[in-house]
Design a protein around this ligand. Structure first.
Ligand SMILES: C[S@@+](CC[C@H](N)C(=O)[O-])C[C@H]1O[C@@H](n2cnc3c(N)ncnc32)[C@H](O)[C@@H]1O
Length: 305
């Protein structure tokens, strides 16, 4: 019986591998690959009103629609896939991110592109660890453009037993676009965005809105995939990203394309220095970044002064 199950599993895996080869062949037809530099970024000229969706050049409205579809499709498996793809390392990155934010009892946090609540739950835990009733005046608003992601987050909060009475932190869930927020000026003391900003169509508008809603003295923090400073490491990382991640997506979530988009969007995102300048251009001061895991991702920070 055990042997039969194993044979079935192996034949399933063979089907997935065959499908992987077919899909990889299809995807390379639309992707320009340079053997020296590894998987290249899209080089196609962009016209006004166009942007990137992974390596594809699409109309701006189309990107927003496609990103929405991606996260609607993956919402239920999102947390599982994060663990599978990063071998659990994303948990450590998010823990470090929260330690760097070091929220205080009076912190009013807007967690943008907050998805299924990973950053919000770390924020609550951090405040709880400060001591009893340390979170009493704190609040977190988890904001995301995708209701399906927020619904998973709300279910998680319920399972964790997080109510304002039990955890001392007010949690709000808000479905909205980071590029146009119906939130008042100067209303949050901290703004976080983890693995969200590269999915937005206009990064400059997201940064502008972040600046607007923060109180003077408020802090902007972004955790995002980045570029490795060493060619060999980047090559190894590209091999893993392009050859393994979509296959894992197919195996564990029955989806290939969203995970291909994920790795392509990482490659398209500006490097640490470029993104730092963009944050400065939005008006933030004391802008810094810290590489995590050799620059696989980076924590960016800036203040509204
Ligand atoms: C990779 S997930 C990150 C979720 C969460 N922050 C985390 O670290 O696990 C990216 C999230 O960005 C959201 N998103 C994409 N575009 C957005 C936009 N314009 N405004 C707000 N959220 C957006 C997606 O719906 C998705 O939930």
């Amino acid at each position: 019986m055990a042997l039969r199950t194993r044979i079935l599993k192996l034949s399933n895996l063979r089907c997935v591998t065959q499908q992987a080869s077919r899909l990889r062949a299809m995807s390379t037809q639309s992707t320009q690959t340079s053997p020296k530099e590894g998987p290249a970024t899209a080089t196609e000229e962009m016209k006004p009103g166009q942007t990137h969706f992974g390596f594809q050049v699409v109309a701006e409205e189309e990107k927003t629609k496609k990103v929405h579809e991606v996260f609607e499709t993956v919402a239920e498996k999102y947390d599982l896939m994060n663990d599978v793809m990063s071998m659990g390392i994303h948990r450590m990155w998010k823990d470090i991110f929260m330690c760097r934010l070091a929220p205080q009892p009076e912190t009013k946090l807007l967690d943008m592109a907050g998805g299924t609540g990973d950053i919000a739950f770390r924020y609550i835990k951090y405040l709880q660890n400060l001591g009893p009733s340390q979170g009493t005046h704190s609040s977190v608003t988890v904001c995301d453009i995708n209701q399906a992601m927020l619904d998973v987050g709300k279910q998680r909060a319920q399972k964790l037993g997080y109510t304002p009475e039990s955890c001392g932190v007010e949690i709000n869930w808000k479905c909205a676009d980071a590029e146009r927020l119906d939130l008042p000026d100067d209303s949050y003391t901290a703004y976080t965005i983890a693995f969200g900003i590269r999915n937005c169509t206009h990064i400059d508008k997201v940064l502008e809105e972040a600046y607007r809603v923060l109180t003077p003295g408020g802090r902007f923090m972004c955790l995002e995939f980045s570029q490795l400073p060493n060619d060999t490491l980047q090559w190894v990382y590209d091999q893993y990203s392009f050859q393994v991640i979509p296959v894992l997506g197919q195996l564990f979530a029955g989806q290939w394309k969203p995970y291909q988009y994920l790795v392509e969007s990482i490659r398209q995102f500006p490097n640490q220095e470029k993104f730092k300048s963009m944050i400065e251009d939005a008006g933030f001061r004391q802008v810094t970044y810290e590489n995590l895991t050799f620059g696989t991702c980076a924590i960016h920070s800036g203040f509204k002064i």
